[in-house]
Design a protein around this ligand. Structure first.
Ligand SMILES: C[S@@+](CC[C@H](N)C(=O)[O-])C[C@H]1O[C@@H](n2cnc3c(N)ncnc32)[C@H](O)[C@@H]1O
Length: 291
């Protein structure tokens, strides 16, 4: 598990017993789908102990009981265990596939006036949905002729706050050319960059847990779902649950893009595999069969 959040020096006063560790990781798995093995025990313990101390609990039992009744602490705890690594134009071959192939197929099935719905889930701190918006503005000549809705969702409320603020470090922008940065961002005094206000307003953000049908069920008729670099943290059962939920959120004939190390063929038989020149994507069969 790569650590993309700084580790604290350690919390020597907090001890987590074997059964508490097992209880906690089962709890986290049921809530998020994220799996921690025995080999990651030290990592889990450190983060958990930090949260116990930061929240002012006296030990595991008290903190665990609080998690069940304090949604804000549960959110902070989940945020401590998510890996939010992301950056603009990550795996841009899929964005290329979107504008060279997918959107032509999608618009061929639509009436003018019907929105095109694109969902980045998980979106982490927002770089992915904003990248989709920038990519379309730069590379899709029909961008002004269609009503395009872009939604960014994540389980991590703190990541979503960053997404909504739209302020990024130089590192997040490393794959963008200087002219693109100049066009869509304003440099701030502290060395970071604020995304253009109109772009910020073009993406709607919402908290969604992809293994919770109650959450994903609120989002329907998606034409393309970008679900990249999260399933690697799940086990087979959580992957299947997420795939089934996202299948239901897709419109018939809609597409799902996974991260380059992830493959739907190993997760769910529901989707048709589409091998396009730029990328492999997975399609929910349409009413008249797949494309
Ligand atoms: C590595 S980031 C991927 C971000 C982006 N898709 C990308 O590829 O750059 C993984 C994200 O998955 C989110 N996540 C983990 N479990 C989740 C779940 N059950 N539902 C929704 N998001 C989840 C984390 O909060 C984190 O922001």
């Amino acid at each position: 598990m790569p650590a993309d959040k700084p580790d604290q020096p350690g919390s020597p006063d907090i001890r987590i017993a074997d059964h508490e560790f097992r209880r906690f990781r089962d709890f986290l798995y049921r809530r998020t789908g994220i799996v921690f093995g025995d080999a990651q025990r030290a990592y889990v313990e450190r983060r958990l102990a930090d949260r116990i101390l930061a929240a002012g609990s006296r030990g595991f039992s008290e903190h665990f009981a609080r998690l069940l009744v304090e949604p804000d602490e549960l959110e902070r705890l989940i945020s401590a265990f998510t890996v939010n690594e992301t950056y603009f134009y990550r795996e841009d071959y899929q964005l290329r596939c979107l504008t060279s192939t997918l959107l032509d197929r999608i618009t061929a099935r639509k009436r003018r006036g019907q929105p095109i719905r694109l969902w980045s889930v998980p979106c982490s701190t927002g770089e992915e949905p904003y990248s989709i918006a920038i990519w379309l503005l730069e590379n899709w000549p029909h961008v002004d002729s269609w009503d395009i809705e872009i939604v960014g969702s994540d389980i991590d409320v703190q990541a979503l706050k960053t997404a909504q603020d739209g302020v990024y470090s130089e590192r997040s922008l490393m794959r963008l050319s200087r002219p693109l940065v100049a066009k869509y961002f304003t440099a701030l005094d502290d060395g970071r960059y604020r995304i253009d206000e109109a772009l910020r307003g073009s993406v709607q953000f919402s908290q969604v847990n992809i293994i919770d049908q109650g959450d994903t069920g609120l989002w329907r008729d998606m034409d393309v779902i970008f679900c990249r670099n999260v399933l690697i943290y799940f086990d087979d059962m959580a992957r299947r649950t997420a795939a089934n939920n996202l299948y239901d959120s897709l419109t018939p004939g809609g597409y799902i893009c996974l991260g380059h190390t992830e493959s739907m063929s190993r997760i769910s038989p529901l989707f048709h595999v589409c091998r396009f020149p730029e990328a492999i994507v997975y399609q929910k069969p349409g009413e008249g069969g797949h494309d």
